[in-house]
Design a protein around this ligand. Sequence first.
Ligand code: HEC
Length: 172
Amino acid sequence: MARARHGHPRDSRREARNAVIAGIAVLVVGFGLMQAMPYGRDRTAPPVTGEPTWSSVATRDLMVRACYQCHSSEVKYPAHAGIAPTSWAVQWQIEEARGAVNYSQFATDPGRADDTIEVIRNGSMPPAYFARFGINPEAKLTDAERAALITGLEKTPGMSDSGERGDGRRRD
Ligand code: HEC
């Protein structure tokens, strides 16, 4: 049986160094390829067809601050959202969010807008991870702001199951 011969210690040091260089090259090329992927770069916003009839400017302002970063056709992308894989996560979350409800298209497709008050009240929106990652920390509402927003939404048609349904049929 032939035994593998151990090389000179200097050779194995060189091999280790080459392996590190090759590893870095793979990472650099891989990162470059990630940036070349089209997903996450298309920022074409769906058209604005008509927002809810917000009960006040203050109500709209709070909604824009806390929700429009995901649920609107007016998403403002933070700088780091341009870099994969963050850009993929951002795009995916915006697509999911618009799929649930896009407040910029409320007039033509209210989606799940009738759950708006409920998700704010139970604290599931805006999602906690959002503020945790430092993405738009201003989206986080204080208790007082949340209370004011709910009061404003109760006077905005289509924001809850009770009363007006936001499906266009019972709005005046
Ligand atoms: C970071 C992005 C993001 C922000 C900010 C955000 N949402 Fe969402 N929202 C989502 C995603 C993603 C979904 C779909 C998946 C889910 O239900 O968790 C969703 C789902 C929803 C739904 C549907 C839930 C259901 O079960 O019917 C409503 C209503 C909603 N969001 C309202 C809001 C409101 C109101 C705000 C602001 C107070 C807000 N969201 C802020 C990402 C976001």
